[in-house]
Design a protein around this ligand. Structure first.
Ligand SMILES: *Cc1c(COP(=O)(O)O)cnc(C)c1O
Length: 368
C-alpha cells in the first residue's frame, strides 16, 4: 500500500517539467517579464478555452474577484450577497472592494440557495450576487439570472474551482458580468505559484480590470482610479499557456473519470456522495458527507489506510473573526451541517486506478 496524496506535485513535475523549463527559457530569452506578449497570448488562449471573449490575468483569485467587483462599480455603499460555504477569499474580496457583505444559506450540494437570495431582497437592497461554483459543481445559470433580475442585482461568478465549467452548455461568466478564477497550484488550472484571471464578454469591464490591475493607469503615468499592483507575470503566463493549459482538457476528463468511479463504487450507509450528473461538474474536489459528528472519525480511518483527505471548509466564511460582524454558524443551518460533515477524497489527475481502488476499499470498509 502506498500513500494516496490529496495532490501529487512530484508526479505533475515529472509530466510537465520539460514544458515548464522551455517556457522559462522562452520568457528569459525574451527579456520582458511583466505584462508583455506571454500574458497577452495566455489571455487569448484562456478566453478561448473557457468560452468568453476576454480574460484579464491578475495576481490571484482573490484579486480577480475584487477587481471584477470594482470594475463593475461595486464598492462602498453596495451590498454583495454570497455563500458562507466557500474559501474565505470570496468574502475577503468583497470587504476589500469596500462593499457590505451579506450571506445566505446553501443547498444540500453546497451551492448558494437562490430562493434565499430572493427572500433577503425583501429586507435589504442587493447590488450584486457572488455565487461560487463550489467543488466544481455548477450553480444553475438560468435560476441565477432569474434570481438576480428579480432583486435587481448584477452577478459576478467565483469559478476558482470550475474553470471551463458550464451550465446548460453556457460557459460560466458568459451570461453575467463575468467570472473570476484562480491559478493557485491545487486548482484545476494551477500555476507554479499564484495567479488569477477575470473572464468576461464585456469589453468595457475587461478594459477597466486592465487599468485596476496596473495601479489604475489609463495611460503611462496617468492614474484615473486608485488601482492595485495585481499583474500576472510573464513567467506564470508562459508556464500556464504552454505547460498547463494544453493538459487541462485531459486533466478535467480524468477528474470526471475518477468521480464516476467513486460515484459508482462508494457504497456505505453512513456516507452521502454528490447527487448530480457526473458530466455536470468540473470535480475540483470530490466531497462526501458524513453526518452525526463522525466525519473526523472517517478522516482518521482513511489516514490509517494512507489516504490523505481534507475538509472544505471547517469554518464558515460568515463566522470568521476577520469579518466586521462574525455570525453564529447556526445562522446558516445547511452550510453549518455541510461544514461539519464534508470530507474531500483525493481526485487529482495523476491519481492511478490502483489508488482509486485503495480509497474506495478503505471508505467502504469503514465501521463508524
Ligand atoms: C482558491 C479560491 C479562491 C482564492 O483564490 P487565490 O488564488 O488563492 O486567491 C477564491 N474562491 C474560491 C472558491 C477558491 O477555491
Amino acid at each position: 500500500m502506498t500513500a494516496v496524496l490529496a495532490n501529487d506535485f512530484r508526479a505533475q513535475w515529472d509530466d510537465i517539467g520539460d514544458d515548464v523549463l522551455a517556457a522559462v527559457r522562452r520568457v528569459g530569452e525574451s527579456g520582458w517579464y511583466v505584462l508583455g506578449e506571454e500574458v497577452a497570448a495566455f489571455e487569448r488562449d484562456l478566453a478561448g478555452f473557457h468560452g468568453t471573449s476576454y480574460a484579464v490575468g491578475v495576481a490571484s483569485g482573490l484579486d480577480a474577484i475584487e477587481i471584477g467587483l470594482r470594475a463593475a462599480g461595486i464598492g462602498p455603499g453596495a451590498v454583495v450577497v454570497t455563500t458562507p460555504l466557500t474559501a474565505f477569499a470570496t468574502a475577503l474580496a468583497v470587504m476589500r472592494a469596500g462593499a457590505a457583505l451579506r450571506f445566505v444559506d446553501v443547498d444540500d450540494e453546497g451551492l448558494i440557495d437562490l430562493d434565499a437570495v430572493e427572500d433577503l431582497a425583501a429586507q435589504t437592497s442587493i447590488d450584486a450576487v457572488l455565487p461560487v461554483h463550489l467543488y466544481g459543481h455548477p450553480v444553475n445559470h438560468q435560476r441565477l439570472i432569474t434570481a438576480a433580475d428579480a432583486v435587481g442585482a448584477v452577478v459576478l461568478e467565483d469559478v476558482a474551482q470550475a474553470i471551463g465549467g458550464r451550465s446548460d452548455g453556457q460557459p460560466h461568466g458568459s451570461n453575467t458580468l463575468g467570472a473570476a478564477t484562480s491559478f493557485y497550484p491545487t486548482k484545476n488550472l494551477g500555476a507554479l505559484g499564484d495567479g488569477g484571471a477575470l473572464l468576461t464578454n464585456d469589453a468595457a469591464l475587461a478594459a477597466r480590470a486592465r487599468q485596476l490591475r496596473d495601479y489604475g493607469q489609463v495611460a503611462k503615468y496617468e492614474h484615473a482610479i486608485p488601482g492595485l499592483n495585481s499583474r500576472l507575470d510573464e513567467l506564470h503566463a508562459g508556464v500556464l499557456r504552454t505547460a498547463m493549459l494544453p493538459r487541462l482538457e485531459q486533466a478535467l476528463r480524468r477528474r470526471r473519470e475518477i468521480a464516476d468511479r467513486y460515484l459508482n463504487t462508494i457504497d456505505h450507509q453512513a456516507i452521502r456522495v454528490p447527487a448530480l450528473p457526473v458530466e455536470d461538474s468540473s470535480w475540483h474536489l470530490f466531497p462526501v458527507f458524513v453526518e452525526g459528528g463522525a466525519r473526523d472519525a472517517l478522516k482518521a480511518w482513511l489516514a490509517e489506510a494512507d489516504v490523505q483527505t481534507a475538509v472544505h471548509y471547517p469554518i464558515l466564511a460568515s463566522a470568521q473573526q476577520a469579518l466586521p460582524q462574525p455570525e453564529d454558524p447556526l445562522q446558516y443551518p445547511v452550510a453549518h451541517r455541510l461544514a461539519t460533515s464534508e470530507l474531500s477524497l483525493p481526485i487529482h489527475p495523476y491519481l492511478s486506478d490502483d489508488a482509486i481502488d485503495q480509497v474506495v476499499s478503505a471508505v467502504n470498509a469503514w465501521r463508524p
